[in-house]
Design a protein around this ligand. Sequence first.
Ligand SMILES: C[S@@+](CC[C@H](N)C(=O)[O-])C[C@H]1O[C@@H](n2cnc3c(N)ncnc32)[C@H](O)[C@@H]1O
Length: 278
Amino acid sequence: MHPLTISQALATAFRDIDRIDARLLLQHVLDADHAFLLTHPDRILTAQQSDEFSNLMQRRMEGVPVAYLTGERDFYDLTLKVNEAVLIPRPETELLVELALQLIPPDQSRRILDLGTGSGAIAITIAKHRPKCEVTAVDLSPAAIAVCQSNAQNLHIQNLQLVTGSWFDELSGEKFDLIVSNPPYVADNDPHLQQGDLRFEPAMALSAGDNGLSCIHQIINKAPDHLVNSGWLLLEHGYDQAAACGQLLQEKDFSNICSHPDLAGIMRVSGGQLNFLL
Ligand SMILES: C[S@@+](CC[C@H](N)C(=O)[O-])C[C@H]1O[C@@H](n2cnc3c(N)ncnc32)[C@H](O)[C@@H]1O
């Protein structure tokens, strides 16, 4: 194949894959940013760069998510390493982080728990923005915990403790001021699991029983044992699960129950406060 310039490589790629995907893959191969591509259209790719780009293009055409091909994804104000062991962090989840940060005064020390941390997107972002807080992050998958650990190290996060285990199982007697979670919430028979990026993501990060509510149910049931008085629980959930979450929170005597819309106006995060009768 003739040597290709940056603009020729992109023009070829645009015929087969999404433009942003093509750009991200070429940036990855060249270890460059978008501005470099724009300002160096005539730069010639080496044979090795051309081969690598063409391999990545091929795998993208087979459906492999861009984040798994580049090994990273931007989330909030961080760039996180990701691999096939973790869910690719979604922009919707930034809403959960924003709501959590609103509940934690910047100068205060609080105990915060993130259940099902995956890459650590939620736990690490909160830990970074609230350095006086102690954040605990739990995941059932040791491989996910390893990704979270490496992200925490790369980002110099000191106030994060990692726990491998199921939900609250390894946290006997521990209490938190705020519990957050983006648990699996897709119904096992949801056809979306066989489509797009979801086909390549870990089933244990996505599937949650017949109606998609089994993990949410387990978390809401046990959360009261692990919240201090006036502590909050915030959960991300599916587009049609806000009412069911509200109902479950009510059954466990949470107050100030509320749901919050994402940028598309879809209720994405629900939560409540636990006020003990003293
Ligand atoms: C939807 S992903 C969320 C990942 C990450 N928090 C995020 O928002 O990008 C759900 C995570 O829950 C974890 N998980 C599934 N079942 C679990 C369980 N019983 N206990 C703890 N974590 C679990 C999965 O391994 C996965 O990392």
